[in-house]
Design a protein around this ligand. Structure first.
Ligand SMILES: [Zn+2]
Length: 65
């Protein structure tokens, strides 16, 4: 069973909205550490470029409300 290391959505740091994954990965071409994935916020249109880290646990945004 293969774990998806890249979240489909993240929390926008600009407005707190939902940012969607732009980069599409094919099953035969999975994301690797060092790859850059892009997200675009649906609320404010802010774009994020995130470099995947070479770590066991993917960095996840905290929900500190
Ligand atoms: Zn936003």
């Amino acid at each position: 069973m293969q774990q998806q290391p890249v979240a489909d959505t993240i929390v926008c740091v600009e407005c707190g909205g939902k940012a969607h994954l732009l980069t599409q990965f094919r099953p035969d071409d999975p994301p690797e550490p060092g790859d850059v994935v892009a997200y675009v916020c649906e609320e404010c249109g802010h774009r994020f470029d995130i470099v995947l880290d070479d770590v066991d646990e993917p960095e996840e945004p905290g929900f500190d409300w």
